[in-house]
Ligand binder design. Sequence first.
Ligand code: MG
Length: 314
Amino acid sequence: MMTTQHVLGRSGGVLLAAAVAFVVGVAIDARPGQAPPATPPPATAQAAPGARGQAPDTGPVRDASGAIIGFTKMAEIPGTPWRIHDAARPHPRMVTPGAMPGAAPSDAIILFDGKDLSKWMQGQNATPVDAKWPVRAGYFETAAGSGSLYTREKFGDVQMHVEFATPSPALGASQDRGNSGVKFMGMYEVQVLDSYENVTYADGQAGAIYGEYPPLVNATRKPGEWQTYDLVFEAPKFRGTTLVAPAYITVFWNGVLVQHRRAVMGSTSATTTAHDYAVHDPELPIMLQDHAHPVRYRNIWVRRLAGYDQPEMK
Ligand code: MG
């Protein structure tokens, strides 16, 4: 089956080859090692209408097989040290995607693989203890009232995948029904709730950034059905005690975009005062909230995002 990447790669190659023919004025299949024609052949109407005269030197760079893999003299890309199709631009590192949608890619940190809670603890501060939430057949469940779970490892910017199921049959109403949450850094919550035929305040339903942004749509599944969150969290950035960039959260809920890089206003815990930031460490544990309901979780992984950006902005 031809993937999107195949299609894009193919058309990109065709376009690139056409561009080369256009700017260099030579046949597309000219082989490396062949002496270039003394005089560039006239551009054909098919390949380069109107491209007559001296073609600019684009500085093509070829690999060992002769394939053009970049250029050195194309136009500059504003705001970066690179030129268009720059041969010197670092290539993205390889990551092997998971075998199935939702499966962890090769560079993920697995936080729960169906077996144990060794990556989690309870009690964030003075004396953390082993996580006590019960692990069952491939999932674990909130031990209602026992306290929230925190990752032993600390994280800043991450991509996170988490699957959850709210209790079935559903019990309670509004916030008292299938309530939990993914709290980045222990303070910025993406709400987990049973939002199937369950009215609550909009900024507190599932998929909400709690107390700030309702999800764009309600993409819930029914109680007891497994649901997915694919999250991107960008930690707030401080310089000294000054906030220089807020946190940003993106949420795909069951594959549906419901939060599009929302600028978080601050810790989502406050309700009687406006959300605000207090300076904190650049990395802190991710929390799964105990809200006294037996919400289930499985297949949780994160990818650290720091270091993946190429240092390309001037
Ligand atoms: Mg909650």
